[in-house]
Design a protein around this ligand. Structure first.
Ligand code: PMP
Length: 398
């Protein structure tokens, strides 16, 4: 057999498979709650006004397209670092952090994983159970063994914090721990401030390497409060890796804008880290594309666009929370014996709804409502037009 002839078909991406089935469905009432994007109340992907305005400004001074530096647009890296750590933070002032533009949050994770494989080749990686399904694949493809730490507790519909902490306490020093900074995907269950304090204590005292993934800053309680945990880790002393993404917060999915930041203990150490990170980038894709980074940098650095962005992001956050509230209240009226109050406490775009695989199947087959088999629904795909239909259907399958 020839080389290619012997290759087997790879398994389909489970979430993209849901969208394919949804697209083929002819029911006019169909709803896709399986997606991982924010839709507005009309069920449409928004183009933010701050983005439109920044693009209009950029169009007026169209420039030739040279290569960006390996670590991206300097103005972008600076603006992102200020956003992620706080412009007045000690880390930024002491120049202890480096930030490199990346191809979305996924690209940032991959850079971090490749970097860590070079300098901590024998460490193992720990991700939450469950986690965004690409976390495992990304770190495994970088050559790591990936383990789970307990996270979601299906009985309480919250975090199994005792189990999580216990596992952290028993990991070998130098283990890499991937944590969701806010708006946990897929569960929507976040740690409390007091729990974060305990996690930071264990991570620091045991010499673990924290890798914070922040793909939903601004979707939980607000830009600052969602980012707070990053600042707490940054001040705890050890190295910290932070991947962040503007896919959701700027509704710029296809522009692939994200960044990797690494917190070091001194400016001099940070400079060495950046020099090595650049080698990782160089051998991956050489340097990032210009447009998305320029848009985000323009918005973040222009006071009136920045204010507009914060307003638009707040609009997305508030709408999601209204949908959580409406879902719970309407369901309470239709199915008074079932309790969904936990959906209100959950944060971000997703909810582990507690629906079983069988219930998800019935929703799909009988009502053309598409959710993930795990029961994950995207609350940002609910809107005033589909919520009653969805709630009625959920009440029927309970
Ligand atoms: N991390 C998490 C937890 C995510 O949910 C996502 C996107 N769904 C990403 C990273 C990747 O973000 P991006 O689309 O910007 O690559």
């Amino acid at each position: 057999a020839s080389l290619l002839n012997a290759i087997e078909m790879a398994p389909r991406d489970p979430i993209l498979g849901i969208t394919e089935a949804y697209n083929a469905d002819k029911n006019p009432k169909k709803s896709n709650l399986g997606v991982g994007v924010y839709y507005d109340d009309n069920g449409k992907l928004p183009l933010l006004e701050c983005v439109r305005k920044a693009e209009a400004q950029l169009m007026e001074k169209t420039a030739p397209r040279g290569y960006l530096p390996i670590d991206g647009l300097a103005a972008y890296d600076k603006a992102v670092q200020d956003l992620v750590f706080g412009a007045d933070s000690a880390v930024v002032k002491e120049k202890r952090a480096i930030t490199a533009q990346a191809i979305g949050g996924t690209g940032a994770l991959k850079l971090g994983a490749d970097f860590l494989k070079r300098f901590a080749p024998d460490a193992q990686v720990w991700i939450s159970d469950p986690s965004w399904e690409n976390h495992r694949a990304l770190f495994e493809s970088a050559g790591f063994v990936v383990n789970n730490y307990p996270y979601y507790d299906a009985t309480t519909k919250g975090v199994n914090f005792a189990g999580m902490l216990d596992t952290l306490k028993n990991m070998p020093a130098g283990s890499i721990v991937l944590l969701h900074a806010c708006c946990h995907n897929p569960t929507g269950a976040d740690l409390t401030d007091a729990q974060w304090t305990q996690v930071i204590e264990v991570v620091t005292s045991r010499g673990l390497i924290p890798f914070l993934d922040m793909a939903y800053q601004g979707f939980g309680d607000g830009i600052e409060s969602d980012g707070k945990v990053v600042g707490l880790f940054a001040n705890a002393g050890g190295p910290v890796f932070v991947s962040n993404s503007f896919s959701k917060s700027f509704s710029l999915y296809g522009e692939r804008v994200g960044a990797l930041s690494i917190v070091a203990t001194s400016a001099e150490e940070a400079a060495r880290v950046l020099s090595q990170l650049k080698r990782v980038i160089r051998t991956n894709y050489s340097n990032p594309p210009i447009h998305g980074g320029q848009v985000v940098a323009t918005v973040l650095a222009t006071p009136e666009l920045r204010a507009l962005w914060e307003e638009e992001l707040a609009g997305m956050r508030v709408r999601i929370r209204e949908m959580r509230q409406a879902f719970v209240e309407k369901l309470k009226a239709k199915a008074p014996n079932h309790h969904f109050d936990f959906v209100i406490t959950q944060r971000g775009m997703f909810s582990y709804s507690g629906l079983t695989k069988e219930q998800v199947t019935r929703l799909r087959e009988e009502y053309s409502i598409y959710a993930v088999d795990t029961g994950r629904i995207c609350v940002a795909a609910l809107n005033s037009g589909n919520i009653d239909y969805v709630v009625d259907a959920v009440a029927q399958v309970l």
